[in-house]
Design a protein around this ligand. Structure first.
Ligand SMILES: [Zn+2]
Length: 260
């Protein structure tokens, strides 16, 4: 089975020390490449994972300002760091993310989130990179920002999405793909399962979202790239196909989207 993990946070404090071991385990599970996403460019744009000796797994990066990591007093400096990173044009940067909107309690003001998402989508167009979009309880505002932003000619991906069929179709019309993670393995997460089941085949990707949202049935407490095998099997059951077919399909889609 060959897999590509469309989004990880292996630099998260909970797992960073184990990152070389997790990369080795991922490679043994068939993961050929992963995209390690940023959350705060002022802190992580230049931070790279330690190399895992002897592990044949391609690590690529996304840089971006996550809505929950917006520093209301210093967001201009955060965006300046993102601009600098994108101008540098490192070969291993393949996307802008995570960026997006989040309306959970304690989130930064929505108007500021929207302005920074718009600005980062413009950077995607300028640098011809796809966004990795985070959207929690904010599909209406996300669609409004997408309508006003430059079109996503290179495509993009919404990760861990829970949505209705109508919202899914509206996001497809903006040339977006969908990376499905552990949430879609939970029977109660009906709208995550809907996305996993009904996303167009050429727009389906898999993600571990390491270390959050381990798939049901995975034998570790935190998610990690090796968990993709479990998610692939669950998505295959939802789409009435084989895990092998889902692995191949989603790996091909990820290669195309991120230019891997
Ligand atoms: Zn996210």
């Amino acid at each position: 089975m060959r897999l590509i993990d469309a989004m990880t946070h292996l630099r998260d404090a909970r797992v960073v020390e184990q990152a070389p071991a997790l990369l080795a385990r991922a490679a043994r599970a068939g993961v050929e490449a992963l995209v390690e996403a940023g959350i705060d460019p002022a802190r992580d744009a230049e931070l790279r994972l330690p190399a895992a000796a002897g592990v044949a797994l391609t690590v690529r990066y996304a840089v971006g300002l996550h809505p929950m990591h917006i520093d209301v007093a210093h967001h201009a400096a955060q965006i300046a760091a993102l601009r600098a990173a994108l101008r540098r044009g490192d070969d291993d940067v393949v996307a802008v993310g995570e960026i997006g909107l989040d309306r959970r309690a304690g989130a930064p003001p929505l108007a500021l989130q929207r302005a920074l998402l718009h600005e980062q989508l413009a950077l995607c167009a300028e640098h011809e990179l796809p966004p990795i979009i985070h959207c929690v309880q904010a599909i209406g505002p996300l669609l409004e920002v997408l309508r006003a932003a430059p079109p996503l000619r290179r495509g993009g991906v919404v990760h861990g999405l829970c949505a209705s069929r109508a919202s899914l179709d509206a996001l497809v019309a903006h040339n977006l793909s969908f990376s499905v993670g552990g949430m879609a393995t939970l029977a109660r997460a009906k709208r995550c399962q809907l996305v996993a089941r009904e996303a167009p085949a050429e727009r389906l990707l898999l993600e571990s979202d390491c270390p959050d949202h381990p798939p049901r049935g995975f034998d570790q407490p935190l998610s990690e790239p090796a968990a993709l095998r479990v998610t692939a099997a669950a998505v295959a059951a939802l789409r009435d196909t084989s895990a092998e077919a889902i692995a191949t399909l989603t790996a091909d889609n990820a290669r195309r989207l991120f230019g891997l």
